[in-house]
Design a protein around this ligand. Sequence first.
Ligand SMILES: [Zn+2]
Ligand SMILES: [Zn+2]
Length: 180
Amino acid sequence: MVIRVEDIPEHGKQESFLEDEGPLNERLGGETANSGLHFAGPVQVRVNLSRSGRIILAKSRVEARVKCICARCLDPFALTLSSEIQVSIKPKPDPRLAPPEEIELSREDLESDFYEGEEVDLSPLVQDQVLLTLPAKVICREDCRGLCQRCGKNLNRETCQCPGAEIDPRLASLKNFRVH
Ligand SMILES: [Zn+2]
Ligand SMILES: [Zn+2]
């Protein structure tokens, strides 16, 4: 999504668009192959753009549908991720005019980014924002019982007769705890 700087009114305007999931899945690469994590469709983006001179303020909300594999029971499931951030986007400083050491990267809490020329490409920003919302490890539900360590049955769906299988793996550490 490319926007001309002069098309952004000072008082602001709202833009909605879909960001293709292809480049996002490409950027995920093989790193998360184990959790099977990938984007199931385009990312919905709503961005509020306003401008103060050449400095653009973007407040963007993204919503992405993600497919992944539960780390405990290995079942595939879907997840909706969303996040909202504010970024100020400034013209890239000309190194001939301002020595690099004098450039303040972020003097406020806002994240900062730069653009060159008369246009701003919002896509890389949106992609970064989406990728930052990805959890490191996903489970299908808080009380997922996982797989039996002995026979491999999915304990969410069935029970097994393995010795010790009835002990919730999360409680296993309490097994040796005795009250005197
Ligand atoms: Zn699970
Ligand atoms: Zn079992």
